[in-house]
Design a protein around this ligand. Structure first.
Ligand SMILES: [Zn+2]
Length: 319
């Protein structure tokens, strides 16, 4: 069997990635050329050719064979320990949230967490790893940390490994609160359909990975809050959306069926919440607050008046 271009690319970048883990930069193109020569010109069986090429670079960089072939166990860390860019780590965590991705190079993106906090993760399509599921716990071996504009994330690539575990890992992070007016409800809010396989929101009835599927209805809100100084993106799941808007998933489906248009749900949600003041509490996830509770905010004026009254006449509360 003749090795195809893709197989060369794959083997080459695997070898390159493993060397990189050991701190040595070997050009994938150089590996590829050598593989091609051995396999296609000298008819060396692919496995043997790979071994040969690896050995060549091991010798060149003075790395013991055992070090290369024994998979290195990277240090297991807590999410909150991640404070450095480009470090290989192992995480014991739960997938908290999966987001939709329109980028072909990314197979899954979302949030994972442990008892110390949550962090964004990106799984490259090229890594060819099995999908992870929301709410399930895993040991993620050999993931690499990454930093962008002060925000940390982890990436799953070819050298990473996903080990599902039975244990339900508890996710904790310091809850944050944001008070302000909801100034926008973004598209992709309201009644949506999700892929039954990967839970991603469908676009025009199709999943980015699984194509045309029979979607499952869900309700959510992606909104922007403004406190007069800064803006904050918030994300509301079905339960919180139902509580906030009074529109249940069943009701939303009914509305959409009657109108033959699911944007009626989005319009209704907008009319109910835009321009109103809320206090949202939840955990920070990337640029979002994953809202765990949201309540209407009494006007700041009322608040300060009642505070004044409370301090002026503390006895009045007892009466
Ligand atoms: Zn899917």
């Amino acid at each position: 069997m003749k090795e195809t271009e893709t197989q060369f690319d794959e083997s080459s970048s695997k070898i390159e990635a493993r060397f990189l883990e050991l701190g040595v930069k070997v050009q994938a193109s150089e590996i590829k050329t050598k593989l091609d020569q051995l396999i296609n010109k000298y008819k060396v069986p692919p496995e043997e050719a790979r071994r040969n090429v690896i050995n060549y670079f091991l010798k060149k960089h003075n790395i013991p064979k055992a070090q290369f072939f024994t998979p290195r166990e990277t240090q297991q860390v807590k999410v909150s320990d991640i404070k450095e860019d480009g470090k290989w780590v192992t995480l014991r965590c739960k997938v908290v949230k999966l987001w939709e991705t329109n980028q072909e190079s990314i197979s899954q993106v979302g949030l994972l967490g442990d008892d110390s906090g949550v962090i964004k993760f990106t799984k490259w399509a090229k890594a060819a790893l099995p999908p992870v599921e929301e709410g399930k716990s895993y040991i993620l071996k050999n993931v690499i940390t990454s930093e962008w504009q002060g925000q940390f994330s982890v990436k799953l690539n070819k050298t990473s490994e996903i080990v599902p575990i039975e244990e339900d890992i508890e996710v904790g992070s310091t809850p944050i609160e944001f008070s302000g007016a909801i100034v926008d409800v973004q598209s992709g809010s309201g009644l949506i359909k999700r892929c039954p396989e990967c839970n991603r929101a469908l676009v025009k009835g199709a999943c980015g990975e699984h194509g045309k599927v029979d979607g499952i209805y869900d309700l959510r809100v992606k909104a922007v809050m403004d406190d007069g100084e800064k803006v904050q993106d918030i994300l509301l799941n079905r339960e919180i959306t139902e509580g906030l808007t009074g529109i249940t998933l069943d009701k939303a489906r009914e509305m959409a069926t009657e109108a033959l248009d699911q944007t009626v749900v989005l319009d209704m949600i907008k009319s109910k919440i835009i321009g109103r003041y809320y206090i949202a509490t939840g955990s920070r996830l990337d640029r979002f607050i994953l809202v765990e509770s949201i309540k209407q905010d009494t006007k700041p004026l009322e608040e300060s008046i009642s505070k004044l009254l409370a301090t002026a006449k503390p006895a009045a509360q007892e009466a």
